[in-house]
Design a protein around this ligand. Structure first.
Ligand SMILES: [Fe+2]
Length: 181
């Protein structure tokens, strides 16, 4: 197990040409981060999950996201950037969505639930480019706080966020843009 500083040093050593989805996914799977080394970045609040920047360079950024029990992200994508996730503390679900149709004129889109996977310290994950729309959930039944590490390449400061999803129809009202997880 590595400290987060060692984890970052290893990422920096990969180099731009080799910073591919598969290569970095293998690195994340092989290099678990010691939760104790994340203590300076852990901030939980009862009202919303928190995003805590650990490191940023031109090639990638690394955030610790802290989730109280029951906190969930909006449905979002990552603007075409790669995203790898590890969960050193607790457990999180990733719910993926398929895009059924999008109307840029009205800014409505229709989504359909796809697969759901569970991440924990033994099971990191990453966003597949062909299935980029997802939400992250610390489900109430998990009964514990969670902290996830999110690695983005390249860094991005905006993404597409879908709000007020209807579980009945999957029809979503207009999208807005803001950073998400
Ligand atoms: Fe995400």
């Amino acid at each position: 197990m590595r400290t987060v500083e060692q984890f970052i040093a290893g990422l920096c050593a990969i180099g731009e040409q080799d910073f591919t989805l598969r290569r970095v996914a293998a690195y994340v799977a092989e290099n678990r981060v010691n939760p104790d080394s994340l203590t300076p970045y852990l901030f939980y609040t009862p009202t919303h999950y928190t995003r805590n920047l650990i490191y940023k360079c031109d090639l990638f950024e690394l955030l610790a996201i802290c989730w109280e029990v029951g906190q969930i992200s909006r449905i979002h994508n990552h603007q075409g950037q790669n995203c790898w996730m590890a969960v050193p503390i607790g457990r999180l679900a990733v719910q993926n969505y398929e895009l059924v149709r999008a109307d840029e004129k009205t800014r409505f889109c229709e989504l359909r639930k796809a697969d759901r996977l569970v991440m924990d310290s033994e099971h990191p994950s990453h966003v597949e480019p062909e299935m980029p729309i997802h939400a992250v959930l610390n489900l109430p039944q998990y009964g514990q706080r969670a902290t996830s590490l999110h690695l983005y390449s390249r860094p991005y400061d905006r993404c597409r966020v879908d709000s007020r999803v209807s579980e009945d129809t999957g029809i979503l009202p207009p999208c807005r843009r803001s950073p998400s997880s």
